[in-house]
Design a protein around this ligand. Structure first.
Ligand code: FES
Length: 162
């Protein structure tokens, strides 16, 4: 299945983005600010949004695309409602973080970096989350889960499936 953005359905969002760009027209560094705002508005930066930004700011599309794909903070695919980040920092890795990640991948039926078909979860591997004492660690949205064991994963995921 191809996921895309229906421009017609997003008229309000494009209007908001246009207003933002107009309010920042004379500002330095407009591209980063605009991309951040666009990602806040749309949740991600599909090509339709990148084209719109290029047209409205006069910045070439290739340049917009280059920045979007260079910075990991930007995403060109939609993110799920819940973001799962499994720490693959050293402390977590030696405590079996890869097994946790594999279990999540199996439980959700997606690879790392992907989003489930129902848009409920996005699975990502992260760097050290700063709580190595709890290794292995994952975060779901703002919640930290530490000292994880693979057998806990189905129960934790079920909570978010509601
Ligand atoms: S290495 Fe995982 S929290 Fe630090």
């Amino acid at each position: 299945m191809q996921k895309g953005l229906c421009v017609k359905e997003k008229e309000n969002e494009f209007r908001r983005l246009k207003e933002f760009i107009e309010s920042k027209k004379e500002t330095q560094g407009i591209m980063m600010q605009t991309l951040q705002e666009a990602q806040n508005i749309f949740g991600y930066l599909p090509i339709e949004v990148q084209k719109f930004i290029a047209d409205e700011t006069g910045i070439p599309l290739a340049e917009v695309y280059g920045v979007v794909t260079f910075y990991t903070q930007f995403s060109v695919t939609p993110k799920g409602k819940h973001k799962i980040g499994v720490c693959l920092g050293t402390a977590c890795y030696v405590k079996g973080a890869q097994l946790i990640l594999d279990k999540l991948s199996k439980e959700l039926g997606i690879n790392v970096g992907a989003t489930t078909e129902d848009n409920l979860f996005t699975l990502e591997a992260t760097r050290c989350l700063g709580c190595c004492g709890l290794a292995p660690v994952m975060m779901i949205d703002d919640e930290v889960y530490g000292k994880l064991e693979t057998k806990q994963i189905p129960e934790i995921i079920a909570k978010y499936r509601g």
